[in-house]
Design a protein around this ligand. Structure first.
Ligand code: GLA
Length: 392
């Protein structure tokens, strides 16, 4: 969002919540996963980045309940009274959930008024919910006088989403939003939660995100079924090769040994996870070496595996991936996020972007009948306070 729009929202905050102390302003980015899909809940590796779009949050502490929450995407003000943190089935459930998670193990935020706005598309596979949760966590904790570490913010947001909102997600999105570093990717081992920042060492290469126009949510998608299939595959593999903590710790040799014992579908799911995690390790190396060609190939292999072995792509994602790959200057392209809709991510020569944007929308529209949208992003920074004391 531009400075001008941020100022407009600051005015809106004052209009709706009254003059008084300057509200604090917090920002949390969305995330684009470059590679390592459906590996996080299997204890594998992931390599996401924070995008430049995200959630902006104005907050001001107040003396008394009810708290008032406003979102620029929704005309209705939400009221939260003390003790009313159970889900109400609206967007503010994410806020209630974060407050709940903070209270259970970190701090006790005071009541506040808040205005949420931002430029991240919803249900696009770019972690708009993790972005909103992490923004809420760092803002609410700071009103309580607590500076959360990146890990603490990620954990509060993850607990909020998985335990309170009830979406059985992995940890990647919340970690990426809370721990990303500008001009770097985040190499995260989802079993040990250890991570490294890898410099985005590809001069002249842009990260292009293309939205298929197909919205998707995790709830109601086969996401949970995939998780169960992976658990079942792991159980069978452990019976053959001995105890392993997660599929991300199974080697290709061990998988080959267990293969005759696995039903065909489970073998495909497990192969995707084991190979994808290795691809992430190779991708991190390619990035360090500035080898865009091999990185691009890894993205393409990841897409094929998600389409054919893990079966979480859809015709629109496949069409946009194929059309993108056929364009000049595109090194690699894959679906990003949970799948079933949402976005692709492509690595493209910066000077080829105008021609891509000229040709691809109409090719994609002809192939699918849908309107795509595109953004070019660089790896952005983590969730943070932008302005104001906010701690009242
Ligand atoms: C969603 C989940 C993540 C991860 C991805 C798939 O974004 O929130 O935890 O599992 O899907 O890689």
């Amino acid at each position: 969002m531009r400075e001008r729009e941020i100022e407009e929202h600051r005015r809106l905050f004052r209009e709706r919540f009254g003059e008084g102390e300057e509200p604090g302003l917090f920002f949390a980015p969305g995330r684009v996963n470059l590679i390592g899909e459906h590996t996080d809940y299997n204890g594998g590796l992931v390599l996401p980045l924070a995008c430049e779009q995200g959630t902006f949050l104005f907050v001001r502490k107040k003396e008394d309940y009810p708290m008032l929450l406003l979102s620029s995407r929704n005309p209705h003000m939400v009221k939260i009274s003390p003790g009313h943190l159970h889900p109400a089935g609206d967007w503010a459930d994410y806020v209630r959930a974060v407050l709940h998670a903070l209270r259970e193990e970190m701090c006790d935020p005071p009541p506040f008024d808040a205005l949420y706005c931002g430029d991240l598309p919803l249900e696009a596979g770019l972690s708009s919910s993790a972005s909103l949760e992490v923004a809420t966590a760092i803002a609410a904790a700071s009103l309580a006088g607590t500076e959360l570490s990146g890990e603490e913010a990620a954990r509060a947001a993850w607990r909020a989403e998985s335990e309170f909102v009830g979406v059985p997600c992995g940890i990647m999105d919340q970690y990426a939003v809370s721990l990303a570093r500008s001009s770097h990717l985040l190499l995260l081992d989802c079993a040990s939660l250890s991570y490294r920042h890898i410099p985005y060492n590809l001069p002249g290469v842009s990260i292009l995100v293309g939205h298929t126009g197909v919205r998707r949510t995790l709830a109601g998608s086969p996401y949970q079924l995939r998780r169960r299939e992976c658990e079942e595959a792991l159980r069978i593999i452990c019976g053959v090769v001995g105890e392993r903590a997660c599929l991300g710790r199974v080697t290709e040799e061990e998988l080959a040994a267990a293969a005759p014992h696995l039903p065909e579908t489970l073998l495909r799911r497990a192969r995707h996870v084991v190979e994808e995690s290795r691809r992430v390790a190779r991708a991190a190396r390619s990035l360090q070496e500035g080898d865009v060609e091999s990185l691009g190939n890894l993205l393409n292999l990841s897409h094929a595996s998600l389409r054919d072995l893990y079966e979480v792509s859809c015709p629109e994602l496949d069409a946009l991936q194929e059309i993108s790959l056929a364009q000049r200057g595109v090194w690699g392209c894959r679906m990003t996020g949970a799948g079933f809709g949402g976005c692709v991510v492509a690595l493209i020569d910066g000077n080829a972007v105008p021609a891509y944007l000229e040709k691809v929308p109409s090719l994609y529209r002809t192939a699918t009948g849908r309107d795509p949208s595109f953004t070019v992003t660089l790896p952005g920074g983590r969730a943070r306070r932008l302005k104001g004391e906010g701690s009242g």
